[in-house]
Design a protein around this ligand. Structure first.
Ligand SMILES: *Cc1c(COP(=O)(O)O)cnc(C)c1O
Length: 356
């Protein structure tokens, strides 16, 4: 008789539950930090034209050299830093943790935080230390430094701005963590386009253990799946070894190269999302039965009287948001809502009030 899955699959994989994505068909989708705007018709025409000429019978350029050159310019990557590309930054997180998964090695991050840091650590066999944020969702720096001292982590993740709170940690606190860390520190800049210029990109030369991670997902290209990390060449050369050779498809390389040539269009979209964020924040802040956390990202976290009821009621009204209640003690009755287009935000605000 052949073995069952239970006999052969590693226990840490058996212990995971599948990553769930709710269906959003027919709904206003404000659950996943997507950009509400499509690419311009002109850009989509030029992509269609490009696609016509692509040699799909050939493997992609494994070094993605043209795309990397464009990324360097568009994202202001310092010349001395090297680049590794991923199929979204989720894949980069997996590459880093896979490479660091020595027996007994530890990954550390503030929590609540981005779920993939812990999830990947779990199935790579890494220890994971989650350090609670303060009740106002700022970093608890003494607790972070203490935990780093105790656990000597191979890797620290800091989302800058943070997900799911939208809080931008104090620059000096991130620096203190970079200085105190015996291992790598990944500053995950998924939400940089909405953070008013806050970035550690220009600091790569100051910290040999710093990796800056970016993604195009929140900038309007979530479906394309492209992220990159950048840091000192001796680190990037090693991490590059666990990248699968053709992880960035020909189509992704061509489209990203084309779109990044029109960065101003994406930046304009990001700026209008930031304006909408201020409007939704101001409107919600007028109420005294909820708390809205000031955000540097393209979403708002809100504490409501009954998150489960609000979530279900909005869903019935065809508005999908993220219910965070139950995912961490600090997130009691919290929900997270992505900033949409002005008309989507109108619908959200109206239905939110009805659903409270
Ligand atoms: C969305 C997100 C990512 C992952 O983005 P990809 O779509 O995989 O590029 C990474 N980090 C944070 C903090 C995120 O919110």
């Amino acid at each position: 008789m052949s073995a069952s899955a239970d006999d052969l699959i590693r226990p840490e994989v058996l212990a995971l539950s599948a990553y769930k994505v709710l269906s959003a068909s027919g709904m206003i989708k404000l659950d996943a930090m997507e950009n509400p705007y499509r690419l311009s018709a002109g850009l989509r025409d030029s992509i269609a034209e490009m696609a016509h000429d692509i040699a799909f019978n050939r493997y992609p350029d494994a070094s993605a050299s043209e795309l990397k050159a464009v990324l360097r310019v568009a994202m202001r990557v310092p010349e001395h830093a090297s680049l590794v590309l991923g199929n979204g930054s989720d894949e980069l997180i997996q590459m880093i943790e896979l490479a660091l998964a020595r027996p007994g090695a530890t990954v550390l991050a503030p929590e609540p935080g981005f779920v993939m840091y812990r999830r990947v650590a779990d199935y790579c066999g890494l220890n994971f230390v989650g350090v609670p944020l303060k009740p106002d969702f700022s970093l608890d720096l003494p607790a972070m430094l203490e935990a780093i001292e105790q656990a000597r982590p191979s890797l620290v993740f800091l989302a800058y701005p943070h997900n799911p709170t939208g809080v931008l940690f104090a620059q000096a606190e991130v620096e203190a963590i970079l200085q105190a860390s015996p291992g790598l520190v990944v500053v995950d800049e998924a939400y940089t386009p909405f953070a008013g210029g806050a970035t550690f990109m220009a600091r790569l030369g100051d910290f040999p253990n710093l990796i800056v991670m970016r993604t195009l997902s929140k900038l309007g290209l979530a479906g394309l799946r492209l992220g990159f990390m950048t840091g000192a060449p001796d680190w990037m050369d090693q991490l590059e070894k666990v990248r699968l050779p053709y992880n960035i498809s020909t189509m992704t390389q061509a489209i990203a190269t084309r779109v990044l040539g029109s960065m101003d269009a994406l930046e304009n979209q990001a700026n209008s999302i930031v304006e909408q964020r201020a409007r939704v924040f101001d409107e919600l802040s007028l109420r005294n039965d909820i708390t809205v956390v000031p955000s540097h990202a393209n979403f708002l976290m809100i504490r409501v009287p009954d998150a489960d009821r609000l979530f279900e009621s909005l869903k019935e009204r065809r508005v999908l948001i993220k219910n965070l209640h139950g995912s961490h003690p600090l997130l009691d009755n919290c929900v997270r809502v992505t900033i949409g287009s002005p008309s989507e935000n109108d619908v959200f605000l109206a239905q939110f009030v009805e659903s409270l």
